[in-house]
Design a binder for this molecule. Structure first.
Ligand SMILES: Nc1ncnc2c1ncn2[C@@H]1O[C@H](COP(=O)(O)OP(=O)(O)O)[C@@H](O)[C@H]1O
Ligand SMILES: [Mg+2]
Length: 355
């Protein structure tokens, strides 16, 4: 029996184009002997459009948007069964950021009782909010840089006092970030009061809540985690940013950043890192996958920076490359994720809903 796999991509998100690239690569990697592929394109406006079943790889991204496809109500998606020709066995959201990685689409799948790849509602939403994520990590005993946070109205009520407090608590340099975004959007590094003031204005454009962190000089080491109840770690990798920090242009446009895989860490450091990554995975109740990102200081201390619950997933992104170097090729990684989705779904069916 072939697995009916629904691929969701595009989305009302800054990462729309990245998502299309990912979808092309995933389609190409899928074994058509094992999978029937059903595309669901989410337009930039947020409409869901069903394309026809794909029976061959797609050559260019335009083919992934179906101008004549039928628009569907997301809530009409169904699970496949003997009588349902139109259903799915598993859905794979190839979406990043708000509306894709933040628990909203995951919540819909839960309501519809559909198996889906990756993290559930709780891990996705907690992982999307940097403040909540850091609070949970703190509780799990994971080392982090010092941080503080606030909402817009608190800042508007008394800006001077807020700046004074940030300076007293964290000093310079520090990083100001919207709480609920990714891809470094809205993030500034500040070295003085003037930059701090600008950074607040900038970050509050993207969110009503921001986080401010002590800035550290550190290498950036990342590791992939894969699994459900018994997650495994990939080799470690290092990001070497061509810029002052790994900002939006460094990530997507200027091509000056490089990935070193495996990263230059000692066996002891790897042991410490993988232990921390698993702790982070478990503390947020993750499932399927995460990429855990760390700072490694000159002194040799690790701090967890964040986890990404739907990390970049093109074949040239860090997460798939980490697994490739660990011995799990891209097509195998995709199959593994689908299998993990099905296992989690089966596990969930054991729950009893009556007393
Ligand atoms: N506290 C910090 N100290 C030093 N560099 C930081 C700090 N926070 C963020 N950075 C830099 O900014 C980049 C983006 O920050 P991050 O918190 O990872 O946001 P995003 O979720 O958008 O990836 C990091 O990869 C790193 O280069
Ligand atoms: Mg990051």
């Amino acid at each position: 029996m072939k697995t009916k796999l629904g691929l969701l991509y595009g989305g009302k998100s800054a990462e729309h184009e990245v998502s299309l690239q990912t979808a092309m690569a995933v389609i190409k990697a899928l074994d058509l002997e094992k999978f029937d592929i059903y595309p669901i394109y989410i337009t930039k406006e947020g409409a869901w459009v069903k394309g026809p079943q794909l029976t061959a790889p797609v050559e260019n991204v335009e083919e992934l948007a179906f101008p004549n496809g039928s628009q569907v109500a997301p809530l009409s998606l169904q699970k496949a069964n003997e009588t349902n020709e139109d259903g799915y066995d598993v859905l794979f959201p190839l979406l990043h950021g708000p509306n894709g990685e933040d628990g909203t689409v995951q919540g819909m799948f839960e309501l519809l009782n559909l198996p889906y790849v990756g993290n559930g509602v709780l891990a996705s939403s907690a992982g999307m909010d940097k403040v909540i994520m850091k609070n949970i990590f703190a509780q799990a005993g994971l080392p982090q840089v010092k941080y503080t946070w606030l909402i817009r109205s608190e800042w508007e009520a008394n800006r001077e006092e807020v700046y004074n407090q940030v300076e007293a608590e964290l000093g310079y340099p520090n990083f100001v970030k919207p709480a609920n975004l990714g891809s470094s959007v809205g993030i500034s590094k500040c070295s003085n009061r003037e930059e701090l003031e600008k950074a607040f204005v900038e970050a509050f454009q993207f969110d009503r809540k921001i986080i401010i962190e002590e800035g550290v000089t550190a290498r950036e080491i990342e590791i992939g985690v894969l699994g459900n109840d018994h997650p495994a770690c990939s080799v470690a990798g290092e990001i070497i940013s061509g810029k002052d920090f790994y900002d939006y242009t460094a990530k997507y446009t200027d091509g000056k950043s490089t990935m070193v895989i495996p990263g230059d860490v000692t066996e002891e450091q790897y042991a410490e890192l993988s232990k921390m990554a698993i702790t982070a995975f478990k503390s947020l109740d993750c499932s399927g996958l995460v990429r855990a990102d760390f700072f490694l200081t000159k002194e040799g201390d690790f701090y967890i920076n964040e986890v990404n619950t739907m990390p970049g997933f093109t074949p040239f992104s860090m997460f798939p490359l980490l697994w490739k170097h660990t011995g799990v090729e891209y097509p195998v990684l995709i199959e593994k994720l689908v299998q993990l989705a099905q296992e989690r779904y089966e596990e969930k069916q054991k729950i009893k809903y009556t007393v």
